[in-house]
Design a protein around this ligand. Sequence first.
Ligand SMILES: Cc1ncc(COP(=O)(O)O)c(C=O)c1O
Length: 354
Amino acid sequence: MSDYLSAEAARLAPYTPGEQPQDQQYIKLNTNESPFPPSPRVVKALSRAELLKLNLYSDPTCAALVGALARRYELKAENIITGNGSDEILAFAFRAFCGEGRPVAYADITYGFYKAQTALFGLDAHIIPLREDFTLNVDDYLDFPGTIVIANPNAPTGMAVPRADIQRLLEARPDRVVIVDEAYVDFGGESCVPMIYRYENLLVVQTMSKSRSLAGGRVGYALGSPALIAALNRVKYSFNPYNVNRLSLIAGAAAVEDESYFATCTAAVVRNREWTARELEALGFTVLPSCTNFLFARCGRLSGGEVYRRLKENGVLVRWFDAERIRDYVRITIGSLEQMTALVDELGRLLDEL
Ligand SMILES: Cc1ncc(COP(=O)(O)O)c(C=O)c1O
């Protein structure tokens, strides 16, 4: 390791993002992006006139985007902060609500970035195993004296916790923050947004990367009580006041305003997911119940690593985690019906060859 590295940087556990190959045409089902382009309203809003304003800094308050979100979720501007992807919002939250005397808890099998970010901030992280069947037992968190972060629905399993369980966590200890990461909620989960006015300690984090086809735009946001949002702003204004760029502010607002495109795209993903789950089961896969835009599935005849490698050799990218408990599974993003048909055909061929 380099002599220039600080002791803190040497201790980091950097996250490995899913592959983003720039050279070859793959059927790309590995990073839970939308198979659909952004809304036509987004494309129209990103005009030449807006490009010509790139010499000016973006609005640090993100007022137009915050306003669009406030209308969509029936909240006030003081309930909302936007970020450069929800990854940035999560970082603000870990910095704002965890630290000395405030540990953080999350599941053993969940979004890998929680581990990377909590290491970045040197936090005391408590890893709480999911049950054998990958469900989350909220009783394990009831007495935890620190911040809790729950991806709901979870990644990479795709499984969700009922809102009533989150409510129990909020009520058990109003002195701690519960961060509910709803990156995938628009594909069938039960959102905690309606509970924001009731619980000051609830922070809901969402993203436009999945259901609003803006992964490359990097637009995330948090919804919560004014006290929590003010805390996140303290961190934001200590780090990067212009955190959302001019074009993404415009794209995000236009995407939120196009409710019918959002509804059409999410419904198509849900339909394709149900079709794919049935086809995978017909091929002998075990498929976990999913309310997300991906499936977590185990072949039984081939290891997860082999499924990943053989699919990649044949032009289909899925995600495989070489980690305890989930090594046998692959995570398959739901794409267009054409992409899912190609995946199922390829898997059928691979299994026939065994
Ligand atoms: C559970 C979860 N949370 C947050 C994110 C981050 O999304 P983004 O930074 O693109 O908004 C992801 C991305 O895959 C995710 O799976």
